[in-house]
Design a protein around this ligand. Structure first.
Ligand code: UD1
Length: 415
């Protein structure tokens, strides 16, 4: 297990380029299975989660060529439909591969994705959706087998606007007979990105970005080249790094409209924000102010930014109240922030944060991807040295985090 060692107290200043979106890359890489052809993807982040997804594709028989952020996937000779358990367990979101595999081969077997550090994360909505499409789903001894003669479009009402279930059902119904309509669909920008990629490949989908997505089945798909959208959570993380250090930074390769709730909260904290089509500038105040936050499905405040904002609010003036509405166990990292001096009380969904003057550097452990990023952000503003351990969690979703922060003037090294 590796660690980041951070010497806190440097204002971040300068410009940073935001990478392609992790959460858009995963379903889009899965989509490359559907066309039985060549898919060229640009702006793919080189992170653990994309590496695992590509590893699975190779095992399934796809040819994968990688050159920096460009990936070519040739799925013509793909001949396997079973995802090995050890890879499935490494990454819960590999469950979206099931929709693409069953969509093309009418057959797949995956192992049940294990629980995870931020909550139980069931996949019942994915499986109910598959069943509505005429797919037989059998669950036994930790495995899920999906098979059918053909996939037939249907209406699917999601009990909750799940991002993964919306994507999985879209993938499974692209080559279906007839029309599928997903209501109460998730509206995240990553779903719009998936729709755009699939349509460029020859699919007929409309409505992504609203709560009704309509997929008209097609018989054939074609070769495609596509550029992945920027990562809005990486962008939010850098903005928080700028804010907490009293810095002045500019993010390039971002889509500010995807960050509206994050930008508004940063403004409420006292930051000056300027946006143009593909950049965001942030100038932090001398002292940040407390704000209240409730996480919600998009376009609400993203749960993935909750922990990172809590790090910022822990050293802001006043008391902040956070309500986590998406995942039931997403406050584990607060125990680590407390080791750095934070005053946080958690009860159920709610965290109450009393702002302190400054963090003190400490030896802390990442508990999950975004919780780990929160510890790094706290370390940047702490007095003295912070060692963040178990950074494998962080490497799942951030590309060159230490290098990018160093470019902005942070003192952070990988050990
Ligand atoms: C995706 C994101 C993740 C983000 C989350 C919410 C990816 C790879 N990951 O995760 O970063 O935090 O959206 O924005 O895109 N649920 C069920 N049954 C299901 C599916 C979900 O009860 O079948 C529940 C979950 O337990 C959770 C809520 O729905 O409480 C939201 O989950 P979902 O939107 O599905 O998140 P993911 O797609 O797993």
């Amino acid at each position: 297990m590796s660690s980041y060692i951070i010497e806190g107290g440097n204002k971040l200043e300068g410009e940073v380029n935001i990478s392609g979106s992790k959460n858009a890359s995963l379903p889009i890489i899965a989509a490359s299975i559907l066309n039985s052809n060549i898919t060229r993807l640009y702006n793919v982040p080189n992170i653990h989660d994309t590496q695992i997804t590509l590893e699975i594709l190779k095992i399934l028989g796809c040819k994968v060529t990688k050159k920096s952020d460009k990936i070519i996937i040739d799925s013509r000779k793909m001949d396997k439909t079973e995802i090995p358990e050890e890879l499935m367990r490494q990454m819960r979101s590999s469950v979206v591969l099931a929709g693409a595999i069953v969509g093309r081969f009418k057959n797949t077997k995956i192992s049940y994705p294990g629980g995870c550090d931020i909550g139980s994360r069931p996949i019942d909505l994915h499986l109910t959706g598959f069943r509505r499409l005429g797919i037989e789903v059998e669950e036994e001894s930790g495995y899920i087998k999906c098979k059918c003669e053909k996939i037939i479009g249907n209406t699917i009402q999601l009990d909750f606007p799940s991002v993964g279930a919306t994507e999985n059902i879209m993938l499974a119904s692209v080559l279906a007979e007839g029309e599928t309509i997903i209501t109460n669909a998730a509206m995240e920008p990553e779903i719009v990105d998936l729709q755009n990629m699939l349509n460029k490949m020859g699919a007929k989908i409309k409505g992504a970005g609203t709560n009704i997505v309509q997929i008209t089945g097609v018989k054939n798909l074609k070769e495609v080249s596509y550029t992945i959208m920027p990562d809005r959570i990486e962008a939010g993380t850098f903005l928080c790094a700028g804010a907490i250090t009293g810095g002045k930074i500019k993010l390039n390769n971002v889509n500010p409209s995807h960050l509206t709730p994050i930008l508004h909260k940063l403004e409420e904290c006292g930051c000056k924000i300027e946006t143009q089509k593909c950049f965001i500038k942030l100038e932090a105040p001398k002292k940040l102010k407390a704000v209240d936050i409730k996480t919600m499905p998009y376009p609400g405040f993203p749960t993935d930014m909750q922990s990172i904002f809590v790090a910022v609010l822990a050293v802001s003036k006043g008391t902040s109240i956070i309500v986590e509405n998406i995942f039931e166990n997403r406050y584990k990292y607060t125990n680590e922030l407390k080791r750095m001096g934070a005053k946080i009380t958690v009860e159920g969904k709610t965290a109450v944060i009393k702002g302190i003057r400054r963090f003190s550097g400490a030896n802390v452990n990442s508990t999950d991807l975004r919780g780990g990023a929160a510890l790094v952000i706290a370390g940047l503003a702490a007095k003295g040295k912070t060692t963040v351990n178990n950074i494998e969690y962080i490497l799942r979703g951030y590309e060159k985090l230490d290098k990018k922060l160093s470019l902005l003037g942070a003192k952070i090294t990988l050990a």
